[in-house]
Structures are given as structure tokens and as C-alpha cells.
Design a binder for this molecule. Structure first.
Ligand SMILES: [Cu+2]
Length: 145
């Protein structure tokens, strides 16, 4: 009986269900732009660390995970293989920092629309979010949501 209860607890709470996304957003792109960005706050309510190991969106040929580093006066973007969300913690994607890069955009992103995006977690499972598109060059999502 006890073993069964433990099994139920796990079945009802897969690891990926512990991860949530707050304020997913993007920025409008000028005509002809081939890249866009995705920002959000990733939260992990669970007791074990989680990793985002991939992302995809129907509006882009591929979605890369980028970090921004400063080299002298130059800001450079570098692709990474995963975003780590600590147990009980959060991980922020924001302009000038860590972000998702939508590469080979199939069409421009327009202010006010919602762009679907899927995050893939290392421990299995996917998180589907809608990026709210803010104006070109926005530094933060509009408030209130
Ligand atoms: Cu980038």
C-alpha cells in the first residue's frame, strides 16, 4: 500500500511539472530581420535541479540558447547547450543577458501578437509557452500583464 502511494505521488508530479514560466516575451522585428529573441523567468518549484536542453518555435528555423558576455567593450553572444534552473530557484532570461535566439525567422514578429514556443527539459517533458511580442527594442515586458 505504501509503495503504491509513493508511486502515485511520482506519477502525479513528473519532474517537468515542477518547472513554470513567467512573463514569456519577445520583441517585434523590423522587416527583413532574420533573428528574434525570447525572454522569460523560469521557476523550479521542485527539489531537484532542472535543465532546459532545447527549444523550438514554428516561426523560426531553429531556436538557440545564448548567453551574453562582455569582451572589452564588445558584447558577444555565445551558444550554450543548456539552461540550469536550480532546485527551488529561478533562472532569468532578459535583454543583455541569457536569452533564446530565434534564428532564421520565417516571418516578422509583430507587436501585440503571441508567438508559440516549446521548451524541452532534460528530464523529459515539454513546456509550451506563448511569447508576447513587445515593441522593437523593448527592454522589458509591458506592465501589467
Ligand atoms: Cu543571441
Amino acid at each position: 500500500m505504501r509503495r503504491w502511494l509513493i508511486f502515485l505521488a511520482f506519477a502525479a508530479c513528473p519532474a517537468w511539472a515542477q518547472v513554470s514560466v513567467e512573463q514569456p516575451w519577445s520583441r517585434a522585428t523590423p522587416p527583413g530581420a532574420t533573428i528574434g529573441a525570447g525572454f522569460m523567468q523560469l521557476k523550479n518549484a521542485g527539489g531537484t535541479a532542472q535543465r532546459v536542453v532545447g527549444a523550438s518555435s514554428p516561426v523560426a528555423g531553429r531556436v538557440e540558447m545564448h548567453v551574453t558576455t562582455r569582451e572589452g567593450d564588445v558584447m558577444k553572444m555565445r551558444q550554450v547547450q543548456a539552461f540550469d534552473i536550480p532546485a527551488g530557484g529561478s533562472f532569468e532570461l532578459k535583454p543583455g543577458g541569457v536569452h533564446l535566439m530565434l534564428v532564421d525567422l520565417r516571418r516578422p514578429l509583430n507587436k501585440g501578437e503571441k508567438v508559440p514556443l516549446t521548451l524541452k527539459l532534460e528530464k523529459g517533458g515539454e513546456l509550451k509557452v506563448d511569447l508576447t511580442v513587445e515593441e522593437i527594442g523593448a527592454r522589458r515586458p509591458a506592465q501589467p500583464r
